[in-house]
Each structure stands twice: as C-alpha cells, then as structure tokens.
Design a protein around this ligand. Sequence first.
Ligand code: ATP
Ligand code: MG
Length: 193
Amino acid sequence: MTGAGSGGDRPARLRLFVAVTVPEGIRATVDEAVAPLRAEAPELRWTAAEGWHLTVWFLGGVEPDRVQDVEAGVARVAATGHPFTLRLSGTAGTFSSVLWAGIEPAPMLEELARGLATWFGDEMERPFHAHLTLARTDGARRPLKELAERYEGPTAPWTVRHLALMRSRLAVGGSRYEVCNEWPLGLPSSMPG
Ligand code: ATP
Ligand code: MG
C-alpha cells in the first residue's frame, strides 16, 4: 500500500521549468501597480511578488536522476543566446483563468523557447506567449478582463543575463518557486591576452 499521492517507492519527481527571473526593483514597481487591483478582488489567487518570473519552457515532473541531463540541456541552450533587454508592456491581459502582465516583443526570449523545445524534443503546443502571472481565478466570479483594463504598470527595461532552472512546490496559498541553478546567456567572452 502506498501513501496517498506518493509514487510508492519511486523517488518523487521534481516539478521543473525554465524561466527568466524578474529583478527586485521591477517587482517592487509592479507590486505597487497591482496593489489596488488586489485590494479590489481579494477572492482571486494572487501570485506573490517574490516569486515572479517569466516561464520560457515548462518541463513538468522530472525524475531526480534525469535532472543532470536537464541541466546540461538548459546550459547548452543558454550558451546559444546572448544578454538582452526586456521590458514589461505596462499593460495586462488575460487567458481564461489567468491575469497577467505583458512584455514587449522579445525575439531573444522566443529564440530561447524554440531552442529548449528543440533540445527537449517536444513540439511547442501553442505559440510562445511570455507573461508574468499576476492572479488566477477558480471560476468566473469576476471578469478578469475588467481588472486587466485598469492595470497600469511600469515599463522600465532590465537586462536579462541568465536562464534559470526553477522548481515549483505546491504550498498553501500558492506554489512556491526556487531557482535550482542558472546559466549565463552566451558563451563567456574569451579573456584578453
Ligand atoms: P499552480 O499550478 O499551483 O496554480 P503554478 O502554475 O504557478 O501554480 P506550476 O504549475 O508548477 O505552478 O507552474 C510553474 C510555472 O510554469 C508557472 O509559471 C506556470 O505558469 C508555468 N506552466 C505550468 N504549466 C505549464 C504548461 N503546461 N505550459 C506552459 N507553462 C506552464
Ligand atoms: Mg500550474
């Protein structure tokens, strides 16, 4: 008899995804812009600012003994890229149950997503649409679109220098995320001399 929800004797899989993290200063200004909406719709599941990220590729459950291979793949794809400027669009949008902050078009981010899709041998299920998840709803109690229209967020740019492998863990009050490892974008420049 196995414990409920456990995989029996098998080691637990890790829920992994590849992402770009959002610097603290940007998170703080987005947090300010989101505060009034949060106050107005406390019934939504609002994400915590400290965990904000942009998912580039979602891996799902990974066996512990496969993590090294995954890391090697992410490192390889990161090396094919280069540092780039990212900026939020200052506007929000919605998927069916998600309220998100948008970003300005970022070809490098799309290239990294395609690289990861190729490396991990999957088709991209749908066109890549980078977004910062602000809130989720379990039902259609409140039209998210109305909140999205009122969001006026920051558009300050930042430089993305790393691709991160992140892990999520289910927790009361929302998933918790941690950076397992990260790799610089681009090959290290050769030392002079
Ligand atoms: P929860 O599932 O508890 O509501 P979450 O969706 O943030 O929280 P995960 O499901 O572990 O936590 O997802 C981790 C990250 O990967 C999130 O940014 C999420 O939006 C993204 N993600 C999850 N599933 C997919 C998927 N099938 N395709 C693309 N991105 C995904
Ligand atoms: Mg999820």
